[in-house]
Design a protein around this ligand. Structure first.
Ligand code: NAP
Length: 244
């Protein structure tokens, strides 16, 4: 087992939801966290929560869909932490509606936020990990990356693309000591896609939906596995389904 103590970790979409829970969970285990998103107030508040736990973190504005924003962010994080041991590509958006109702802007935003963003982040971080001769990348996908879902076509397209991208990248870098994995959470209690969560701080889920902290713990365990054994996919589901 590998410890997360003192690991340099970059987490996108860390301002709320699953990304915030991953940040708090990794910080509790001693990692140094770079919190990345656009909402500076929310990021600051996650940073304060981490300080409250006695952990180490800083935050940076980054629009993960923007090439130069990603490049500058990775350079800043590398300069501050002097390493990037773990990259968690978690930021994402979902737009609901039938295909004919999407604007081209809706489509492009979904693909740019969920897929192009991961390409940009990985492209910037891989050379650093190659120099380190080690690193881990976890891309947060979804069941929508495997199955089609009515009224979520753009989201499904982005997550299916993410699955193919992740598998291909993983094969490219496996001999350089870089482990690339996909994490596939089931439905999780967050504000995703405008949802109003019933709880955000429960460590244990209620029937039918995962707590963001359960997803975070599974992702942390994935990053603690022996680096000679590559866990390529991690599927996380709530045990109990909602009774009708
Ligand atoms: P959420 O609460 O809506 O959080 C999404 C995060 O992504 C926010 O921190 C947001 O930060 C960030 N983000 C979105 N666009 C961004 C951009 N262009 N640049 C930088 N940051 C951006 O949703 P969540 O449920 O935690 O979702 C996290 C990931 O889990 C997503 O990839 C989602 O597809 C996946 N997932 C969620 C579920 C679920 O049921 N919740 C299930 C399976 C997979 P800012 O707005 O501050 O930029």
């Amino acid at each position: 087992m590998e410890s997360l103590q003192d690991k340099a970790v970059l987490i996108t979409g860390a301002s709320r939801g699953i990304g915030r829970a991953i940040a708090l969970t990794f910080a509790e285990r001693g990692a140094k966290i770079a919190l990345i998103a656009r909402d500076q107030d929310a990021l600051r508040s996650v940073q304060e929560e981490i300080y409250g736990l006695g952990g180490e973190a800083f935050h940076l504005f980054c629009d993960v869909s923007d090439e130069w924003s990603v490049k500058r962010t990775v350079e800043d994080v590398h300069a501050q932490l002097e390493a990037i041991d773990i990259l968690i590509n978690n930021a994402g958006v979902g737009i609901h509606g039938p295909v004919e109702s999407y604007t081209l802007a809706n489509w492009r935003t979904t693909l740019a936020s969920n897929l192009t963003s991961v390409f940009l982040m990985c492209r910037a971080v891989i050379p650093i990990m190659r120099t380190q001769e080690m690193g881990r990348i976890v891309n947060i996908s979804s069941g929508a990356g495997r199955n089609g879902i009515a009224n979520l076509a753009a989201y499904c397209a982005s997550k299916h693309g993410l699955m193919g991208f992740t598998e291909s990248l993983a094969l490219e870098v496996r001999n350089d000591g870089i482990l690339v994995s996909t994490a596939i959470p089931g439905s999780t209690e967050t504000q995703f896609s405008g949802r109003v969560p019933e709880y955000i701080d429960n460590r244990i889920s209620e029937a039918g939906r995962l707590s963001p902290f359960e997803v975070a713990e599974a992702v942390a365990s994935l990053c603690e596995t022996n680096p000679n054994a590559w866990v390529s996919e991690l599927v996380i589901r709530p045990l109990k389904i909602k009774q009708k």
